[in-house]
Design a protein around this ligand. Structure first.
Ligand code: SAH
Ligand code: TMP
Length: 403
């Protein structure tokens, strides 16, 4: 395959086999024409950029019935509240005399972050192609365009609105295959010295924890500081700072400025060379990662088979899109996991993509099972605090449990 950023030939490092849509929950378990694609992964180790070989059409994944609502996690609601405070601080510090401030969020979902910007009386705009969640955002009084962000859309936004001081995005840039078009679109939209701030699951964490479930149809990329520096510089956006976040099992927030003469922060310089020391700029690190995926695949299924032999009751916790990769890669279905509980109303009563494990409401966590598979492992702190009465065992697919 060719790297989507630089166009060079890059090697495949692993295939997770036939996979359905990560968020493609089914109404019935006996669907015959369920969509599958081979989910293979390549890497451009020159810039530490992991990418899917093929990605399903965005319209198949993001539509008027998108299953992920940002407001389902209290921890994330709080996270976006703090993010809004940080953006407001940047606006005040970097644009003190600008009376026409404007914030645009890409992939704004149900408006969880922009709600706080609107409340401060700052002009803002959401761009959110999934109509069901965009509708909620509009109901909160946030102007939201329900379209895919692209260079073409950036021109349309500039015709009807104005250049932005800050463009923000969370957990969406890794979804957008045309990365060069995306970088150009962000650059178009920004004022000179404006900030592009975005965060996504961090490749360094995925390699370290072997959290391969971050790879699913929607996540066409896993980024690093080195890759972001390289991709966006071509469009006049300089990576100036990075901040590691605990969200989604380990994310990186990137701060880029529309001014190529800006300085890199000390922490960014350290992180860029840290990635090099970790081996992220050489192919061996990814080969080792692929081997470790195979180790956890076997360990995960064996543990579930053993639990079944011991007559233990096993259920899953959190029907995450990430769990779709695990269940299909490890070949685990309702014969090993009775059902998965989830708090999202639109997932309850459905069946998981590909393996068709029933999804039940959170009430079904009681009577407690003997073993709970924590698929929402990235919300562990919040969940363990909530489930302090649970005396059974927890397990995940993460490498640390299988070495
Ligand atoms: N920012 C939110 C939502 C992340 S889920 C959060 O972090 O909780 C990803 C969101 O990006 C979805 O709501 C999806 O509809 C949207 N999205 C996908 N492709 C997009 C694109 N090309 N432009 C804008 N939004 C997109
Ligand atoms: P995410 O990992 O993509 O954020 O998805 C988390 C999923 O887990 C989502 O479907 C909601 C579910 N969930 C629960 O069922 N209970 C919880 O306490 C939390 C935090 C999430």
């Amino acid at each position: 395959m060719k790297c989507r950023s630089t166009g060079v030939d890059i090697p495949r490092i692993i295939t997770y086999g036939q996979q359905p849509l990560g968020n493609g929950f089914l109404d019935r378990p006996d669907i015959e024409d369920e969509y599958f694609f081979e989910m293979a992964v390549g890497v451009n180790s020159d810039i530490a950029l992991l990418q899917l070989e093929v990605q399903p059409n965005p319209e198949q994944m993001f539509h008027d019935n998108y299953a992920f609502y940002s407001r389902t996690s209290n921890f994330m609601v709080n996270h976006f509240n703090e993010t809004a405070d940080e953006i407001i601080e940047i606006l005040e510090e970097d644009f003190p005399k600008d009376n026409d401030k404007f914030v645009v969020e890409i992939g704004s979902n149900d408006g969880v972050m922009l709600e706080h910007i609107v409340k401060k009386g700052i002009d803002c705009l959401g761009v959110e192609p999934s109509e069901n969640v965009a509708k909620i955002s509009n109901q909160y009084g946030i102007e939201t365009i329900s379209e895919f962000f692209s260079t073409e859309l950036s021109h349309k936004i500039l015709e009807s609105y104005k250049n932005a001081n800050v463009v923000y995005a969370a957990n969406v840039f890794c979804h957008i295959p045309e990365i060069n078009d995306l970088a150009e679109a962000c650059s178009n939209l920004l004022k000179d010295n404006g900030y592009l701030i975005f965060e996504d699951p961090y490749l360094g964490d995925v390699i370290e924890k072997v959290s391969y479930d971050q790879i699913y149809d929607e996540h066409v990329y896993l980024f690093s500081c080195n890759s972001i520096k390289s991709i966006f510089a071509k469009y006049g956006l300089k990576l100036v700072k990075c901040k590691h976040l605990s969200t989604h099992g380990g994310s990186m927030r990137y701060y880029l400025k529309k001014n190529m003469d800006s300085d890199e922060s000390t922490s960014l310089i350290k992180q860029l060379s840290h990635e090099d020391h970790l081996g992220m700029l050489s192919i061996e690190a990814y080969q080792k990662f692929a081997e470790r995926c195979e180790v956890t695949k076997i360990g995960f299924k064996d543990r579930l088979i053993k639990a079944k032999e011991d007559n233990k009751r096993v259920i899953g916790y959190g029907a995450t899109s990430k769990s779709t990769t695990i269940l299909n890669y490890c070949d685990v279905g309702p014969e090993l996991i009775e059902f998965i509980t989830d708090t999202t109303p639109t997932k309850i009563g459905k069946f998981t993509p590909g393996k068709h494990v029933p999804v039940k409401s959170y009430d079904y966590f009681e009577p407690h099972p003997d073993l709970a598979v924590l698929f929402a492992w990235n919300h562990k702190k919040e969940i363990l605090a909530k489930e302090s009465n649970y005396m059974g065992e927890w397990m995940t697919h993460l490498y640390e449990e299988y070495v």
